[in-house]
Design a protein around this ligand. Structure first.
Ligand SMILES: [Zn+2]
Length: 97
C-alpha cells in the first residue's frame, strides 16, 4: 500500500525528471536554432560563391580565333594582348575546385 509520504516522494521525483527533461529539450531547441542560423549563413555564402564563379567564368568565356580554329579566352586575350588558349588557367582553376 502506498502512503502519502511515498506518493509525495514519487511526485517530487517525477517533477524533477520533468524539469530535467524540459531543460534538455530547451537546450536541444537552442542548439537546433543555432545550427539553423549557421546553415543559412553557409547557404548564403555558397550562393554568393557560386554566383561569383559564374560571373568569372562568363568573363573568361571561349572565343574562336579570327584567323584559325583555335579556342581562346576572351578576357585573358584582351588583358594580355596575346592568344591564351581556352580554358585559360583561371577557368581551369575554377573547374578544379
Ligand atoms: Zn581567362
Amino acid at each position: 500500500m502506498v502512503d502519502n509520504e511515498d506518493l509525495q516522494r514519487r511526485i517530487e521525483t517525477l517533477e524533477a525528471v520533468c524539469e530535467s527533461n524540459k531543460r534538455a529539450y530547451v537546450g536541444a531547441v537552442k542548439d537546433l536554432m543555432t545550427m539553423d542560423e549557421k546553415l543559412k549563413k553557409l547557404q548564403d555564402q555558397n550562393r554568393r560563391g557560386r554566383r561569383a564563379i559564374a560571373e568569372i567564368k562568363a568573363l573568361h568565356h571561349e572565343y574562336r580565333g579570327p584567323f584559325d580554329e583555335g579556342r581562346y579566352c576572351a578576357h585573358c586575350n584582351q588583358i594580355s594582348g596575346t592568344w591564351i588558349p581556352y580554358p585559360c588557367p583561371t577557368v581551369q582553376a575554377l573547374e578544379g575546385m
